[in-house]
Design a protein around this ligand. Sequence first.
Ligand SMILES: Nc1ncnc2c1ncn2[C@@H]1O[C@H](COP(=O)(O)OP(=O)(O)OP(=O)(O)O)[C@@H](O)[C@H]1O
Length: 235
Amino acid sequence: MSKATPVLSVRGVTRTYESMAGPLTVLKGVDLDVMPGEVVGLIGPSGSGKSSLLHAAGLLERPTSGDILIDGKDVGDLPERARTHIRLASIGFVYQFHHLLAEFDARDNVALPLRIAGVNQTDARARASEVLTALGLGERLTHQPAQMSGGEQQRVAVARALANRPRLLLADEPTGNLDPATSQTVFEALHDLVKKTGVAALIATHNMELAGHMDRVFALKDGHLEERPAESHAY
Ligand SMILES: Nc1ncnc2c1ncn2[C@@H]1O[C@H](COP(=O)(O)OP(=O)(O)OP(=O)(O)O)[C@@H](O)[C@H]1O
């Protein structure tokens, strides 16, 4: 039986920034595979390079060296247009701050990227409603961000990232702005949907309680990834 292909493969990735004090290498040869339906946690102190790794994995930046493979395909040598296409079609992002559009309701915030991807209004709204309902927001479809709690707003951001049915979900401190109980609710909703849809998820977090519920956890230390022993007890 052939082994499944990872959705994301990071191979020997390095990232060096030029700074006033000289070159700063934050990633020193990172290897990581994330499989379909897997939730992988990325931990490490502030400045250890978590966002740098997510930006490389999300094709937002090119690593200094090493390869990024999406569904087994090396995307490093592709022109920017092709990388943008893969990003729009296959990768969803969730950030610490939701960046929802204030004048749009929940459904239209989620439908917007689908409209940009060419889905018609009726279908985009139907799919947005479906994902929002799956995240427990069926009663909030026509609420604007200001009419929702922080946790609800962040679940809308998760719905927006997943509405296009991406292969890969990248989240940078998705619950960093929420209180512990709300963090847990948002994470549970995200985790549940990842497991249902089979998307591969890589989630940077400072929240060790949440990290304990992920399938595997890696710590970034001195530019390298170290796997942390599983203490996970799945939801
Ligand atoms: N564009 C840049 N130019 C120069 N240095 C940068 C740049 N981006 C990041 N850095 C530096 O690289 C290091 C890693 O940053 P990064 O944002 O990846 O860390 P992080 O682990 O995500 O931190 P945090 O948990 O605070 O978000 C930091 O020291 C940061 O100052």
